[in-house]
Design a protein around this ligand. Sequence first.
Ligand SMILES: *Cc1c(COP(=O)(O)O)cnc(C)c1O
Length: 387
Amino acid sequence: MCRRTHQDMGKIQMVDLVSQYKNIQEEVDNAILNVVGSAAYIRGSEVKGLEEELAAYLGIKHVITCGNGTDALQISLMALGLKPGDEVISASFTFIATVEVIALLGLIPVMVDVDPSTFNIDPKAIENAITDKTKAIIPVHLFGQCGNMDAIMEVAKKHDLYVIEDTAQAISAAYTNNNGETKKAGTIGHIGCTSFFPSKNLGCYGDGGAIFTEDDEIAEMLRMVANHGMKKRYYHEVIGVNSRLDNLQAAVLRIKLRLLDNYKGARNAVADFYDNAFINMEQLSIPERNPQSSHAFHQYTLKCNGIDRDGLKDHLAARDIPSMVYYPVPLHMQDAFINNPSFKQTSLPITEDLAKKVISLPIHTEMKEEQLILITETVKEYINSIS
Ligand SMILES: *Cc1c(COP(=O)(O)O)cnc(C)c1O
């Protein structure tokens, strides 16, 4: 057997959506052509089918699809009837969408710190940030595993707050609560939101999103807000938005939903390989697993301890291995928030430290072992070269 060269194994990518498509090409192509031929482009049977199948998969009563994950969050806040000046607590260590929509609606984002090992929002920090204006909490299940939902739900109950789970990165993960009940990410709080952006774990071929809830009244409001504030056509009860998932995208998602657990397995195999390679290296911390949550591994994120993170990134890039920093600037330090007079900036030491130390390695459903060997060897090569 000859040693394969870098060329043979294909270019390493953070996410390889082309290879994934090729493995399901015939089914996907047929589904797309069916929709195109049917001319049912908006609110067609594929959307309805996806909503039902996703509800069954998640074990939740209502799934409402919408235009993207950011809309899902915005529609959720609108449906809960929050008023300008109300405070919503979320993390600073997340993608901007989570907090952007709070500010966009004239609500006050209150960003708190995260747990340094799991990267997820710290329930104690939530409790400390609660005021008489606080109305909701948006925990983000960052990188693919659930935050400490038992503690978050307890704080929410005590202070009568809504919980909107941002599960854009964690669809398919499941959380087992202190009573031993297991629920899918996004079905634990009052509302769950997800994104079908192409690179997400359940991604379509454009934009898409969905909202989940068990509550009939909230579901009715969500549907109404997402559809111009109307239940009956041309009778508008509230100010809403236009946010819908294309029937074409729903057709693709129905196929990929059936593969989602396999995809999760493939991502976990990559994560396990990385864990084994790095577990004994003091210069790197592998991502800590929350024992109460399974992990969907949207990202595999290491922390650099006392070594130059950007040096590692450059070393990988010089060998054609991509890596990413999620996220280089904490949200509370972004100009968009600093320059916003209604936003009171607090320092968040853990988040600020993480922004300097984290690095995410390629992880996707079609990774080959020789790619993983090359990546881990190249990381080790860098560590050895500086120590
Ligand atoms: C991707 C993402 C979103 C937004 O989803 P879009 O579909 O791109 O609007 C929201 N929150 C988190 C944590 C995300 O990763």
